[in-house]
Ligand binder design. Structure first.
Ligand code: MG
Length: 358
């Protein structure tokens, strides 16, 4: 299968302005600054991958990721993507500490492979093609604007709001209660991004309950390494406690599941790479752990890739793939697949991921 041999690699920094800064309790993104990774096959087919850099979460930088992708690109030229599994094994050995770069390589290779096979990426993962409808995140800060933003997003069809909390207890309670009222009881995901200790997190939920607000999931209430705190909350709270920052490898996922530290896991392609994400999916499914499909600050390229992953495998409980809706500049063309209401119509993709960089 000579046609599937990689002829050329291209690595490019990409940048886009946002409608508003993407602020969480641990830091903020002012703009998107990611890397585009392209593989071109002998057949002329091109596959695209994205490395999303979240320095305040993973410590990765755009320059380091760019250089690593350049280096692995040299090795990739001449390789046959039909041997994708061995390519991924080698890539992981080289990019173990730069997971977003690994994800970009795997994404580009699978995009090219599924285009060569004439199938959409979701079919590579399974035959379910579950509907993918994302929540929309309410970042920290800009309170007044937030309320008009919520009304606008609810009018567009979003019916689950992910609220970032963890800066000011009382203000956060007021925000969450107001948001619940404004949206007429829309679904709420809470994400504290490591901000609380177990006791404060418990009090936070109990205070919300007094106001008759019960979130659907509570993401990363405690510090990354505070497993005792996570476990306490998992045992006490009605809603699933979802580990995000606490899980950055298969080993972490295994530890969380085995010890019952949390009963949900947030899978992000940028934390694990695509191959390892699927392993975590398997581990979680076997033990009835709930799953969120999440992302870093990603363009429609890797967001749509994540939608294929979740839609093809099926069985995700929470979908948090909303960052394309925060990007002002048009840097990717995904046709009409991603709807303004947060729905990813992956069933309409003919082959590959279905995104072309502009
Ligand atoms: Mg999170």
């Amino acid at each position: 299968m000579k046609e599937t041999i990689i002829k050329k690699i291209r690595v490019k920094k990409i940048r886009a302005d946002l409608f508003m800064p993407f602020a969480i309790s641990s830091g903020s993104h002012e703009r998107l600054e990611n890397i585009l990774f392209e593989v071109e096959l002998k057949s002329g087919i091109k596959g695209f991958g994205e490395a999303a850099i979240a320095n305040h979460v993973t410590g990765e930088t755009q320059n380091l990721t760019f250089n690593n992708l350049k280096r692995i690109g040299v090795w990739l030229e001449g390789k046959d993507i039909a041997d994708y599994f061995n390519i991924f094994v080698f890539a992981e050995r080289k990019l173990d500490k730069n997971r977003s770069a690994l994800a970009a390589v795997e994404m580009a290779v699978l995009d090219a492979l599924t285009k060569s096979l004439n199938i959409p990426l979701w079919k590579f993962y399974g035959n379910k093609c579950a509907e993918i409808k994302s929540d929309i995140t309410l970042v920290i800060g800009g309170e007044k604007n937030n309320y008009s933003f919520i009304r606008k997003m609810a009018a567009r069809g979003f019916n689950v709001f992910k609220i970032k909390v963890g800066v000011d207890f009382d203000k956060d309670i007021n925000r969450v209660v107001s948001i619940s009222r404004i949206t007429g009881g829309a679904g709420i995901y809470l994400d504290a991004n490591c901000a609380y200790d177990a006791e404060t997190a418990f009090k936070f939920i109990k205070t919300l309950e007094k106001h008759k607000v019960v979130p659907l999931v509570f993401e990363q209430p405690t510090a990354k390494e505070d497993f005792a705190g996570l476990k306490f909350l998992t045992g006490k709270l009605k809603m699933p406690v979802c580990a995000d920052e606490s899980v950055s490898s298969v080993e972490d996922a295994f530890k969380i599941i085995k010890n019952g530290y949390a009963n949900a896991i947030n899978i992000k392609l940028m934390k694990f790479g695509l191959m390892r994400s699927r392993e975590i999916y398997n581990l979680a499914k076997i033990k009835n752990i709930k799953l969120m499909m999440g992302e870093m600050l990603e363009s429609s390229l890797s967001s749509l890739c994540a939608a294929h992953f979740a839609g093809g495998l099926g069985g995700f409980d929470f979908i948090d793939l909303d960052t394309p809706f925060f990007i002002k500049d048009k840097i990717m063309n995904s046709g009409a697949i991603i709807k303004r209401s947060g729905i990813y119509e992956i069933n309409k993709v003919k082959k590959g991921i279905g995104v072309k960089p502009i």
